[in-house]
Design a binder for this molecule. Sequence first.
Ligand SMILES: [Zn+2]
Ligand SMILES: [Zn+2]
Length: 408
Amino acid sequence: MDQRQRMKEAVQRCLDSRRAELHALSRDIWSRPELAENETHAHDRLVGFLSEDGTWTVQSHYKLQTAFRASWGPVCGGVEGEPGLNVGFLCEYDALPDIGHACGHNLIAEVGAGAALGLKAALETETELPVPVKITVLGTPAEEAVGGKIDLLEAGAFADIDLVFMAHPSQQDASFQATVALDEVSVKYHGKASHASAYPWEGVNALDAAVLAYNNISVLRQQLKPEWRIHGIIKHGGVKPNIIPAYTELQFYIRTPLVKDLCDLKAKAEACFRAAAVATGCQVEIEYPAHAYYNILPNATLANLYENNGKALGIQFPEQPEKFSGSTDFGNVSFIVPGIHPFFYIGTDAFNHTEEYTEAAGAEKAQLFTLRTAKALAMTAVDVLCCPALLRQVREDFKQATLKQEKT
Ligand SMILES: [Zn+2]
Ligand SMILES: [Zn+2]
């Protein structure tokens, strides 16, 4: 049996033998949902899980309060002096307000930790590899808000990682699905309060500005490209009907398929917000409080390998994955490190961010799908580690994808 096949079988044996522990891990995170930046229990549980057998070097609270890093290796091999390969697996574990793990990030944690264990088991049986290999598990909090991966990128957490793997629960299996770039904008109007019936002419109406801004955006929407998105809410609309509102606040999300188009849409939106201020005589403050999320760059070589491994495990990939207009902070990572972010079916037709999806993410039924996704990711890593030509191809794909992004 060749090395790759032998190692892939070791991945599968390891994950089958640890299925109960892995299910307990994700079920535990699921049963105590925590919002972005507050994932204390999930952090401690994952840190505990990876610290148990003493073989991983685990750093809790790594660069962010609820992030962690666990490393193993390097296992030797290859030519002396040859730089090793550090393979990263990412775990997300934040939940949503009110509806818990409706995005299934508890299962992302299980896939990341499981794939890392599987790859480690496969490497432990080998004495000769083309390159020395290290494994890193990164706990990346706050995907649903703030973008923990972007903070970690900026803090250098990905600087020594060569390849990065994670997978996200969805309605279908897809080795690659385009996501959209996202920025967030907060708009504040400052007017002047007055008695709304006795002296309305003394007031400057900040709610009028908010309503005009909302309507300006609605009018703009008709002229946008079909995949562009702008959607928002009025967060603060005044305090009492008989007081002309002196202060209002809106929050909008702005999304385009390519990150380079975000600035065009932002400029159009800003014109709408400023026009409303001019029309009403209000002052306007426009702020971009969050990091922009980038679209995910594809890596065809990794995606093909993942599909082949997935098919061998019984995963069915639709010919044409359905269009998806969500966003992830993995997009920013994909511009810096070659990697993949496949989506996986978890046994329900419900959509992410619904209560039905929360149920499904905690159910026993999701385990079969989650475990085989972890196997397919680890097996994809095995392919690349065992075959230097594939690694070169992965790196070339990465280079081409970044260049293409700049040109288009
Ligand atoms: Zn989500
Ligand atoms: Zn998600």
